[in-house]
Design a protein around this ligand. Structure first.
Ligand code: SAH
Length: 250
């Protein structure tokens, strides 16, 4: 098994694959103008679709949800069937850096805990053309919450993701990419601890048993354990920030 196979298997069956909560998705929605049945939303890096379902249940919009891994899309499709949302949500296998959609297709682009996969700056630039004029983008992105932080946590996260930065600098990137900021807010800690890390902690032991402590499984569990410990120790220094921005004219 490759490393990625362990990752996919570990996160399948978890309710979300990134920090978040229904309340925060709804809060981000509250900054957008009225959403109707004609509104087209694109949700990228949807995973098994926690926020996709929230978007469908809290708006009347048509939603296209994209991920590169079919296993996550299958889980989303199952949820859609059980909630009778098949006519509202279309799950599509595609990479967020080569999207198979015409320009000016969407009123809103959504992405929770996923844009980092192609880099925040690149993602904000690349995605803009898929928005209709004056369309909105709402994304969560890991962000330093303090201007200074201990070397241990600084080095850990810069090594994981070079683009981690303060909200002020993220907002500059957003403006440079051709948007105006509408709102930004920090996700509360329970979005990480209760909704994201706790279910992972509970899965570690059974996962190692399932794979009989295969080295790939052990390596992944070690990485996850380190990431969780880092958050528990340094959670005042970083978090996820929801950024909501509007496309400005060319
Ligand atoms: N939005 C979900 C999942 C976040 S995890 C949630 O918050 O629960 C990040 C997701 O991005 C994963 O599902 C992963 O499969 C997906 N992903 C990674 N690289 C991608 C790419 N290039 N294009 C589309 N999706 C990608």
């Amino acid at each position: 098994m490759e490393a990625i196979d362990y990752i996919i298997d570990f996160y399948l069956g978890t309710s979300r694959q990134g920090p978040g909560d229904t309340s925060q998705t709804k809060k981000a929605l509250s900054f957008l103008p009225a959403i109707t049945e004609q509104t087209a939303i694109l949700d990228i890096g949807c995973g098994s679709g926690a926020q996709t379902i929230d978007l469908a249940l809290n708006t009347g919009a048509q939603i296209t949800a994209v991920d590169i891994f079919p296993a996550f899309l299958n889980e989303l499709n199952e949820k859609c069937r059980s909630l009778h949302l098949e006519n509202r949500i279309t799950a599509k296998e595609a990479s967020m850096d080569s999207l198979p959609f015409p320009e000016n297709s969407f009123d809103i682009i959504w992405s929770e805990g996923a844009i980092y996969n192609i880099g925040f700056a690149h993602g904000m630039h690349y995605l803009r053309k898929f928005l209709k004029p004056e369309g909105y983008i709402a994304v969560t992105e890991i962000t330093w919450l303090a201007d200074e932080r201990p070397a241990e946590v600084h080095d850990y996260w810069v090594n994981c993701y070079q683009e981690i930065d303060t909200a002020d600098n993220k907002i500059k990137v957003i403006v440079d990419a051709g948007y105006k900021l509408v709102a930004n807010f920090v996700l509360p800690e329970y979005c990480w601890l209760e909704n994201y890390y706790l279910p992972q902690k509970e899965k570690i032991k059974p996962f190692l048993e399932k794979y009989n402590n295969a080295s790939g499984a052990v390596a992944l569990m070690d990485e996850i354990t380190e990431e969780i410990a880092m958050y528990e120790k340094y959670k005042t220094f970083y978090g996820y920030v929801f950024y909501i921005a509007q496309k400005t004219a060319d």
